[in-house]
Write a protein that binds this ligand. Structure first.
Ligand code: FEO
Length: 131
């Protein structure tokens, strides 16, 4: 399952759309590693990369929401924090191993979360910092 960007994901903000596209590129990289490399250390490294970039993106988005006084900030931030906990759990050594065993299922869980978040939750702030 390879992610393909479409305008439906756009939040009409150039920087944030760029972040989201990059996140999906990382997820595609993760999927490739799960299906071809089958190497625990590569999968672990990509999960770290996903976590680092996600933390960076969430922080940027949360700051923009605060500056623009978007409603639902607390709920949105909680949503972000929950995702980071999920990725942190996968990064722990045992779960990286299980991640390989579960392969596509883990990838699908993360990807579906991200797609739903961008298609639903992120769309709420669209009118507040459109550019
Ligand atoms: Fe783009 Fe709320 O993450």
């Amino acid at each position: 399952m390879v992610f393909k960007w479409s305008e439906a994901y756009s939040v009409d903000n150039t920087v944030i759309d760029k972040h989201h596209r990059h996140l999906f590129d990382l997820f595609n990289k993760f999927n490739d590693a799960l299906s071809s490399d089958n190497n625990e250390s590569i999968v672990h490294d990509i999960l770290l990369e996903i976590k680092d970039y996600t933390v960076y993106h969430f922080s940027y988005e949360e700051e923009a929401m605060k500056t623009s006084r978007c409603p639902d900030y607390e709920m949105h931030k909680q949503n972000h924090d929950d995702f980071i906990i999920e990725v942190d759990n996968l990064i722990s050594n045992n779960d990286t191993h299980q991640c390989l065993e579960k392969g596509a299922k883990t990838y699908k869980l993360l990807l579906v979360w991200l797609q739903n978040h961008i298609l639903q939750v992120d769309q709420h702030y669209k009118p507040y910092f459109k550019n």
